[in-house]
Design a protein around this ligand. Structure first.
Ligand SMILES: Nc1ncnc2c1ncn2[C@@H]1O[C@H](COP(=O)(O)OP(=O)(O)OP(=O)(O)O)[C@@H](O)[C@H]1O
Length: 277
């Protein structure tokens, strides 16, 4: 199977602010867990939103294909974009749960793209669908909380429920935009463990933006670093040196003690493992 995400010559300019993304070309294969890093404003969230079809690129050309189907090209979404988007789960920094609904009802919302609109609107789900939602909650260790209101949960618990919603949606790809940015270290580790488990056990492709380099380094097989809207590094976590990081972040604070050992290594090296010129 070819890449499940194929981004080619993608650029994005917001108004007169200059390019947020400049001529990005990246392939991501099925089953990869890729960490997207880079300084604030380098374009990480913008890139993720293009892959999910939430934002359209410039009309000058370039586009995104997902799961072998065109998602967008030259600033236009494809006619089948809605269908493709149903196969992508999006995890937000702020969880995006409906606070007044129960945990289970939030997770069942992952099925909205798959059930008739009238059933989804009325919240009528079959027993089998509820079992699927409960199994997803069990997977993230939240089944005991199924009947609580979402607003009663801690941030880390809410993020686990958001992941259970994506599991119930039965997605092929998970895009996670700073999923641990507002969590304490223990909750952050738990959320990253769950994403890693889904990646390794289910073979789901995970593309995750992270500010915490140590988490990106230890959990992700491959690191993509953006700087000023361009790909600055694309390679194995183990090849990411303090010198590269200092260059990417424009700092001198990374040293040999900053990075933990990667928990996994790339099965096959990415072509052109080197910092872009
Ligand atoms: N909707 C928008 N309208 C105008 N400019 C935008 C919009 N979204 C993003 N930008 C700009 O695009 C650039 C990239 O922003 P983006 O949020 O993708 O960066 P980021 O790397 O995710 O940053 P952070 O790590 O702080 O979240 C920034 O200069 C930002 O101001």
């Amino acid at each position: 199977m070819g890449p499940v995400i194929r981004i080619h010559n993608l650029s994005k300019t917001f108004g007169k602010d200059g390019a947020a993304l400049s001529n990005i070309s990246i392939n991501v294969d099925q089953g990869e867990m890729v960490g997207l890093i880079g300084p604030s404003g380098s374009g990480k969230s913008t890139l993720l939103r293009h892959v999910s079809g939430l934002v359209k690129g410039d009309q000058t050309g370039g586009g995104v294909e997902v799961l072998g189907e065109p998602l967008q090209l030259a600033g236009k979404l494809s006619r089948r974009a809605r269908h493709t988007r149903a196969r992508i789960g999006y995890i937000f920094q702020q969880f995006n749960l409906v606070n007044r609904l129960s945990v289970l009802d939030n997770v069942l919302m992952g099925l909205l793209g798959r059930v008739p609109v009238w059933r989804g609107t009325l919240g009528l789900f079959f027993e089998q669908e509820k079992l699927l939602a409960m199994e997803s909650l069990r997977r993230v260790g939240m089944d005991d909380h199924a009947h609580k209101r979402a607003s009663c949960l801690s941030g880390g618990q809410q993020q686990r429920v958001a992941i259970a919603r994506a599991l119930t949606q039965q997605v092929d790809i998970i895009l996670a935009d700073e999923p641990i940015a507002s969590l304490d270290p223990e909750s952050a580790r738990c959320v990253m463990d769950i994403l890693e488990d889904i990646n390794q056990q289910d073979g789901k492709t995970v593309l995750v933006t992270l500010h915490q380099i140590d988490y990106a380094h230890s959990y992700c097989h491959r690191i993509l670093a953006l700087k000023q809207g361009r790909v600055h590094y694309d390679g194995a976590a183990g090849e990411l040196t303090p010198a590269l990081l200092n260059n990417i972040y424009g700092t001198t604070s990374f040293n040999n003690h900053s990075l933990p050992e990667p928990r996994c290594v790339l099965a096959t090296p990415v072509e052109g493992l080197a910092m872009a010129q």
